[in-house]
Design a protein around this ligand. Structure first.
Ligand code: MEV
Length: 331
């Protein structure tokens, strides 16, 4: 018997970086998902086949042994080792697991791929050992894995990958989640430049420590944008959402996390009729998002591609983490 779990990626509409301190951030789950199939092993190793991401290997006594791809990739995979071990510890069981990881979420570009993989791993291992984990437990246990990769993450990524939908996430507060009534007309532009969320969060922290009198105000303003933005989202006021996205992008630039490539895609989208455009996620590369009237979406996509970006069309998704038992013979 094995268990398949899937979890969605995300885009942050407002509030990245601000949410590391307080937030809130407004986050939307998307219909690109990560899939993990877990099965039991006789020994205590955690084997991870992540071939479509370009690497595979196993952990024994928390030491990584690469089977394909570079050994330093073990750092990415150690989140899954930690999440698996935390689940077993939580359930009071001992054992090893095989994890087959496949993902439709582009990696390391701000769309929550590592959180989705970590959440799916947590859920799959939990179900494999008959843990009946609640979503709250899945979010909490996967956060232990996330911390391995991201250092001091806010918790927004693993929560949205667990619960799906639209989420208002604020540190130290119970999050609020909302279902979608209607799709929103978004386009994502990917600079294709991979980056590390941990490094960017560290850089912002450093800037804040050096200049608290200015940076604290910026963090607060971004939080305010999220609050007003959520109201605009409920009213489906696309123009207001667009204005707030533009201002949010300017403030993220002030924090030093935009790049020339991100700015090019943001300005290309605005030139082609976007009501608003901003980077999404940690910045430093990765993706931007634009909102526009339906009739302008394909013009914006072409503008993104003309400026060396990859355009990704996604739908928002209410579906959080899912699990399914697979008996041998099923696919
Ligand atoms: C990463 O998706 C968003 C950041 O705010 C970091 C975090 O919230 O952990 C940059």
């Amino acid at each position: 018997m094995s268990v398949e779990a899937t979890a969605p990626g995300k885009m942050i509409l407002f509030g990245e970086h601000s949410v590391v301190y307080r937030g809130p951030a407004i986050v939307l789950a998307i219909d690109r998902r990560a899939r993990v199939v877990a099965s039991k092993r006789e020994d205590k190793r955690v084997y991870i086949d992540a071939e479509d991401l370009g690497f595979s290997g196993y952990f024994e006594e928390n030491e990584y042994y690469a089977l394909s791809g570079k050994a330093w990739r073990g750092r990415n995979l150690s989140a899954l080792n930690v999440a698996s071990k935390k689940v077993m510890e939580h359930l009071g069981v001992e054992g090893g697991v095989n994890l087959v990881v496949r993902s439709m979420i582009p990696m390391a570009v701000g769309l929550g791929s590592s959180a989705a993989v970590c959440v799916a791993t947590t859920a799959a291992v939990g179900e494999l050992f008959n843990g009946n984990l609640t979503k709250k437990e899945i979010a909490e246990l996967s956060f232990e894995g996330e911390k391995i990769i991201h250092g001091t993450p806010s918790g927004v990524d693993n929560n949205v990958a667990t619960f799906g939908g639209i989420m208002k996430y604020e540190r130290g507060q119970p999050f609020e989640s909302f279902k979608l009534e209607q799709q929103l007309p978004f386009v994502i532009g990917n600079t294709r430049r991979k980056r590390s969320t941990k490094n960017l969060v560290d850089e912002v922290r450093f800037l804040k420590e050096k200049n608290p009198e200015i940076v604290d105000g910026i963090i607060d303003s971004i939080g305010k944008i999220s609050k007003i933005g959520l109201d605009a989202l409920f009213k489906r006021n696309l123009e207001k959402i667009g204005d707030l996205m533009n201002i949010n992008h300017g403030l993220l630039s002030a924090l030093g996390v935009s790049t020339p490539e991100l700015d090019e895609l943001v300005y290309a989208a605005r030139r082609e009729g976007a009501l608003g455009a901003k980077l999404t996620g940690a910045g430093g590369g990765g993706c931007m998002i634009a909102i526009a009237k339906d009739e302008n979406l394909s013009k914006i996509e072409k503008g993104i591609m003309r400026n060396k970006g990859q355009s990704i069309r996604v739908n928002l998704s209410d579906e959080g983490v899912t699990t399914r038992r697979i008996n041998s013979g099923d696919s």
